[in-house]
Design a protein around this ligand. Structure first.
Ligand SMILES: [Fe+2]
Ligand SMILES: [Fe+2]
Length: 330
């Protein structure tokens, strides 16, 4: 989901003739489909790009709990509450696997957390939009987790072992997330006219922000060809966005809902839907911190961190005492 924020540092792909022997051997391993493991040699730029990508991904999972966590206490039935609770807990787990994967690259989880809380590191723009009614839980599961699956399934084949393996489990859970969202939409869309309107309204508000999750058009994207060569980005943003639209429009039709884009039409020649671009100025504005909920989301994460200080202090004090006892017994 987080391809959108992986920025290049402006370096193109190195020509093999300019590579050191070590760099060439590394690239050859990737071309062969080998996995790179934590203790293997890797170029510094590969390490840094992955830390940013995995870190942003982890942050997105953690911040992504907030728009849905907001609805746990207001879920309409006990069953819906249990499902939503399980889904939000899964997202916490995804964050944890990903922080662990990032730690294997030599960054600490505390450092990543600090960088999120200070606003230095980003998370997916989608979580800076509000969830206004229960149907939003449907639209988020269906479209946001759906877009996440599109991005994450190819990442199961990414070159960095710990990241690829984390993706396998995450993707299994994401498909449950998407199904539960679609199931909510189904109930709402087949319900009373008022419920159907709520479902349509949720789709209207979520559609373009979901398309933005794939990142800017490749023509303008700052993503590096280097990430593709290193197999830490597997598909272009436009390719994934097109795939998402192709799969989602028939699902909307099945619900009896309308995608909020009058130009969204099947194009026989290309074998896919034509559709309108999202408003990219809005996207960049949200990334810069000016979305409807940026301040609220960061404040919530900062509060959680501050409120948890006594637990961290207690654990540290306990570990120190235990260590002191161990040393004294020696
Ligand atoms: Fe997730
Ligand atoms: Fe999810």
């Amino acid at each position: 989901m987080y391809a959108q924020m992986v920025k290049s540092t402006g370096q193109g792909v190195k020509d093999p003739s300019e590579m050191t022997d070590q760099e060439r051997a590394f690239q050859e391993r990737i071309d062969r489909g080998d996995r790179i493991e934590p203790k293997d040699w890797m170029p510094e730029h590969y390490r840094k790009t992955l830390i940013r990508q995995i870190g942003q991904h982890a942050h997105s999972e953690i911040v992504g709990q907030l728009p849905e966590g907001n609805w746990i206490t207001r879920a309409p039935t006990l069953e819906r509450k249990a499902i939503l609770l399980a889904k939000v807990q899964d997202e916490a787990g995804h964050g944890l696997y990903l922080y662990c994967a990032a730690e294997t690259l030599g960054v600490s989880r505390d450092q990543l957390t600090e960088d999120l809380l200070s606003g230095k590191m980003k998370y997916s723009s989608i979580f800076n939009y509000p969830t206004l009614n229960w149907a939003d839980m449907g639209a988020v599961g269906w479209l946001v987790d759906g877009a996440a699956i599109m991005n994450q399934v190819p990442l199961q084949r990414t070159s960095y072992g710990p990241y690829a393996r984390a993706m396998v489990r995450i993707c299994k859970e994401e498909s449950f997330h998407q199904r539960q969202g679609y199931d909510i939409m189904m109930k709402m869309a087949k319900g009373t006219p008022a419920q159907k309107n709520m479902a349509q309204d949720a789709l209207n508000r979520t559609w373009f922000p979901a398309l933005m999750m794939f990142g800017p058009s490749d023509a303008e994207s700052v993503h590096s060809a280097q990430s593709m060569a290193w197999k830490i980005k597997m598909n272009s943003n436009d390719e994934l966005r097109q795939k998402f639209v192709n799969e989602t429009v028939p699902q909307a039709e099945f619900l009896g809902l309308t995608v909020p884009d009058p130009d969204c039409k099947w194009n026989e020649e290309k074998g896919g839907y034509d559709f309108s671009e999202p408003d990219w100025s809005e996207f960049f504005d949200v990334i810069k911190g000016n979305g409807p909920c940026n301040t609220e989301r960061l404040a919530a994460r900062n509060k959680a961190w501050d409120d948890g200080k006594w637990v961290r202090d207690g654990l540290m004090a306990h570990a120190e005492k235990k260590e002191a006892r161990r040393v004294a017994a020696e």
